[in-house]
Design a protein around this ligand. Structure first.
Ligand code: ATP
Ligand code: MG
Length: 557
């Protein structure tokens, strides 16, 4: 297969190299990776990068990628997020088999590991206040100071930790810390917190626990329990790797996953942190996590992006340690590449004005046949109705043409796509001077869009039959933010919200389009790629992307 060949030719990413070496040396027999989202929001395009890396590597080397809900924060998590995460990853085409796990299922095991650490003199209960702990921790240039609790006896630590677990102490009174090295040059190794007290109810374990493990402790244990061979995460965890390894060595599980880090994905004109995305939803700046302007995977689906275009994007972005910001137009480029092959072509008039063809018989109707997709014959053909009254785009007509205008104007001739040549003769206007009707004549000999006399017309425009067309709403989207890095100037990303990011139009569309399901890619001739909205009760089409990168052009002017 062609795609496999190009796969083979692509140079290996640094993580693939590590994986291949581990397989060759026999250090690892079967690759097991994981994608560990915290179910406190919907997945975004940044997650897409992480998903693509971990699932693709597992697939490429005949391994498996686990889906693990990293639900160690009791307060912020929600069942809606869990189902959206599963749905999005499946939609992208990745498969975790039956390997879906919840970090909260390991609480008992984690607790026992913590007790063992205490017994080995490797963990202690600290009663310093959070402020004191911070002060004792030191800085990048200054060593930390040992807490007086560090010398607490093992039996006292065991007793206090059990009391913490049994709910005998208020939040913040005690924490359990690993006893590592307060003078380590790596701050993460300066006796990090392992467990804290929290009385919030957990969505899955409910009120069973009032102590919760910290990420740095929980994550390596989750990986070890599941037999993960390569724990691939983002660069901010690179400095935590010695700590990750320390817990793997001291957790009495015979599994030593390798943590390897790659750079986070950032995209221009958008924000990617779940905290910001949640704020946009909660404050009503957008219509939910899947509002087509959001950088979430479910928004991309609703807007008409295909899984193939998103995976293509993630692959082009690649796997490196280089921090950077990817241009939003790359995402659009990938969408066009895929949609051009797949989209069914239809005619839709987004801003309609009526044309009456005065020399066309009043009661006559005919149909023209057109290919559903010139790029793919197997998509078949369909019949388009035609009669005396049609709609065209308001912008495809000028009463008095400017120089170089090749569309319809009074005295000018234009080709109606797949139908006839028409010439505009006069207009009717309302009291405000808006054109309400265009009168035209047609050339009966130009049927099918060509004349026998070799006469040339420069412009071809799309149209729909007025009596047979259906009404539909069309939503055109622009970037959600006006600045490449929202908030870079003012410190508040909300200052850069684009107030004109959504435009809704009342369009006239071919009736056949009403039978097309949401998610099926469409090209509205000359107007862009669209798909039917999956949420609206009315007929709504979302524009996925324009046909060309008009935005890049205007930027260059
Ligand atoms: P956020 O800051 O958006 O809340 P997070 O890292 O807290 O992100 P998680 O649900 O914990 O979100 O992320 C799951 C996985 O996705 C992690 O391994 C994380 O490294 C990865 N990930 C998150 N954001 C990005 C991004 N922008 N680019 C690449 N990977 C990402
Ligand atoms: Mg997180």
């Amino acid at each position: 297969m062609e795609t496999d060949k190009t796969e083979e030719k692509k140079p290996l990413s640094f993580i693939e190299q590590i994986v291949e070496n581990d397989l060759k040396s026999g250090e690892v027999k079967e690759i097991v990776t994981r994608f560990p989202p915290e179910p406190n929001g919907y997945l975004h395009i940044g997650h897409l990068k992480a998903i693509n890396i971990s699932f693709s590597i597992a697939k490429k080397y005949n391994g498996i990628c686990h889906l693990r809900m990293d639900d160690t924060n009791p307060e912020k998590e929600d069942g809606e997020y869990i189902s959206s995460i599963e749905q999005d990853i499946k939609w992208l085409g990745f498969d975790w088999g039956d390997k879906v796990y919840f970090a909260s299922d390991y609480y008992e095991q984690m607790y026992n590991i913590a007790v063992n650490l205490i017994k080995e003199g490797l963990a202690y209960v600290d009663d310093l206040s959070p402020e004191e702990i911070k002060k004792y921790r030191g800085t990048l240039t200054e060593k930390g100071k040992e807490s007086p609790s560090r010398s607490r006896s093992i039996s006292e630590n065991l007793r206090l930790f059990e009391e913490m677990k049994n709910g005998l102490h208020p939040e913040g009174k005690y924490i359990l810390r690993a006893k590592i090295d307060m003078s380590s040059p790596n701050i993460n190794m300066r006796d990090p917190a392992i467990y804290r007290i929290r009385y919030a109810e957990h969505p899955r374990t409910e009120k069973k626990w009032c102590i919760y493990p910290m990420y740095d402790f929980a994550h390596p244990i989750e990986d070890a329990i599941e037999g993960i061979t390569h724990s691939i995460c983002t660069l901010e965890f690179e400095d935590h790797r010695p700590l990750y390894n320390w817990f793997c060595e001291h957790d009495d599980i015979e599994c030593y996953p390798k943590q390897r880090e790659f750079s986070r994905l950032n995209i221009t004109y958008t924000v990617m942190s779940k905290r910001h995305l949640r704020e946009l939803v909660e404050k009503g700046y957008v219509d939910g996590w899947d509002d087509p302007r959001m950088p979430t995977i479910s928004a991309a689906r609703r807007r008409g992006f295909t899984p193939a275009s998103l995976i293509d994007f993630a692959s082009r972005v690649g796997t490196t340690k280089v921090e950077g910001i990817v241009d939003y137009s790359l995402l659009e480029f990938c969408a066009r590449e895929d949609l051009n092959k797949k989209a069914l072509r239809y005619m839709a008039v987004l801003d309609p004005v009526k044309v009456v063809i005065d020399n066309y018989p009043k009661d006559k109707e005919e149909t023209f046949t057109t290919a559903n997709n010139p790029e793919n014959e197997s998509d078949g053909e369909r019949e388009i109705p035609f009669s005396r009254e049609i709609y065209i785009e308001r912008s495809d007509f000028m009463e008095v043409p400017v120089k170089g205008y090749h569309r319809l104007y009074i005295g000018g001739e234009v080709r109606l796509k797949s139908a006839y040549y028409i010439t505009a003769t006069s207009v009717e206007k309302d009291d405000q001077g808006n054109i309400t009707l265009i009168h035209a004549t047609y050339d009966p000999l130009s049927k099918g869009g060509d004349t026998k006399d070799g006469r040339k017309v420069k412009g071809t425009i799309h149209w729909v039959d007025a009596s047979k067309a259906a009404d539909a709403k069309v939503r055109l989207y622009d970037k959600l933010f006006t600045e490449e890095v929202p908030g870079a100037k003012t410190g508040n990303y909300l200052d850069d919200l684009n107030k004109d990011s959504l435009k809704e139009l009342n369009a006239k569309v071919e009736k056949d389009m009403l039978n097309i399901a949401p998610g099926v890619p469409l090209q509205f001739m000359r107007m862009g790629y669209f798909t039917r909205d999956s949420k609206s009760k009315e007929i709504v089409f979302n524009r996925t992307v324009t046909l060309k990168d008009t935005w890049a052009k205007t930027q260059k002017q």
